[in-house]
Ligand binder design. Structure first.
Ligand code: FAD
Length: 352
């Protein structure tokens, strides 16, 4: 190095862009993040942090001592989880022992943005014009312009033929878990000592018009009591609704001096609750890889090698769990398969 700080331009101030920024800045890089929105979001649900995500936070300088306070929660203790049929029959039940760190999306973004230079209100329409930087990072989400420019229309985000609703209710519930039926699922997970996350998904060709509580009641109103109870506590204004998409399998996460991170590289169905965690791992891995003494090109190849196969496997697994959950070829096939994936399903409790 000639003593000049290396420069990076990052497109997108989501979890991917900001974690990459933190990782690079730790190693002395000069970083600017270009974000089309005017500010970071102020609302969002709680995210469960898997161990790999906590390790990534450690690596980028957001260690245990900073993971406390408003927006952070520790879920511990006897939190039972179950997998039910719509009639309320438990197909699986795990007695408890949850030990999970959670964080609200706005808190995580605020923490990741500390000390980062973000140019808000700056949509990037042609990432190719950013070539003066040593490194360009496409952290621009599921519908990534950067990915589109590198790989073309064939690699547009693919609709999965399903939609999701999600939100948080005040207070806790007696038991957490998921309910599976042909073409639909409903999940209830902890969101802290005084709040509960819920999420619901149905197979549908496109998104629904609001108001949304009526759709939820229509699809899930006749399901068992635990869901009925959640439905009565949902506030229409807090409901998030969106279609489900995934990123097609990319031949590389890297092109020239440009790298893709997060949903731009591997948007996945939400059924394993891994999207945000894997995005954090990308940021830490990319920051680490390009600061190795072997140079940026070698670092980018290393990043691609370390992250692509692993995340593409999760994209596939998330899609398959969704398919299995909402399978409609008779509940016998589904119920038989449940034993095989029960451990995975239970491990994700609380991680949506
Ligand atoms: C509603 C919703 C709820 C979710 N809940 C969970 C959950 O509970 N648990 C979980 O693990 N995962 C969840 N996910 C998935 C998870 O949020 C994502 O995997 C993760 O946020 C990806 O982060 P990202 O930074 O790659 O993309 P994003 O969060 O999409 O950030 C991309 C950023 O880039 C900006 N941008 C886009 N295009 C441009 C452009 N051309 N120029 C400039 N800026 C641009 C956007 O404004 C945005 O700020 C959820 C996703 C959604 C949509």
């Amino acid at each position: 190095m000639d003593g000049m700080a290396r420069t990076a331009l990052i497109i997108g101030a989501g979890i991917g862009g900001l974690s990459t920024a933190q990782a690079l800045q730790r190693h002395g890089w000069s970083v600017t993040v270009l974000e089309r929105s005017g500010a970071l979001p102020r609302s969002g649900t709680m995210l469960g942090m898997w161990p790999a995500a906590l390790k990534a936070l450690d690596d980028i300088g957001i260690g245990e001592t900073r993971r406390h306070g408003e927006g952070w929660a520790d879920i511990t203790g006897a939190t039972a989880t179950a997998l039910w049929t719509p009639a309320g029959r438990a197909l699986l039940r795990r007695p408890g022992g949850v030990n999970l760190k959670m964080v609200s999306r706005p808190t995580l973004l605020a923490t990741l943005s500390e000390g980062v230079d973000i140019a808000f209100g700056t949509p990037v329409s042609d990432p190719g014009q950013l070539e003066n930087a040593d490194l360009v990072v496409g952290a621009d989400g599921t519908f990534s312009t950067t990915r589109q420019r590198i790989f073309g229309d064939r690699f547009r985000a693919r609709p999965l033929g399903a939609v999701a609703w999600r939100g948080t209710i005040d207070g806790t519930v007696r038991e957490y878990g998921e309910t599976w039926a042909p073409g639909a699922l409903f999940g209830i997970t902890p969101a802290g000592p005084e709040a509960t996350n819920w999420y619901a998904s149905v197979r549908a060709p496109g998104t629904f018009e609001g108001p949304h509580l009526s759709h939820l009641k229509e699809h899930f109103g006749s399901w068992h009591n635990a869901i009925g109870e959640v439905l009565t506590r949902i506030d229409e204004d807090g409901i998030l609704h969106h279609g489900l998409f995934e990123t097609p399998r990319l031949p590389s996460f890297v092109n020239g001096n440009t790298a893709l991170v997060g949903d731009a590289a591997h948007a996945m169905a939400p059924f394993l609750g891994r999207g945000a965690c894997e995005t954090l791992v990308d940021g830490a891995a990319l920051g680490h890889a390009v600061t190795r003494p072997t140079g940026i090109d070698d670092g980018l190849a290393n990043y691609d090698h370390r992250r692509r196969t692993q995340t593409q496997r999760l994209v596939r697994a998330s899609r398959q769990v969704g398919k299995l959950a909402m399978l409609d070829t008779g509940s016998r096939a589904r119920d038989a398969a449940i034993g095989a994936i029960g451990t995975v399903m239970m491990a994700k409790a609380g991680s949506h």
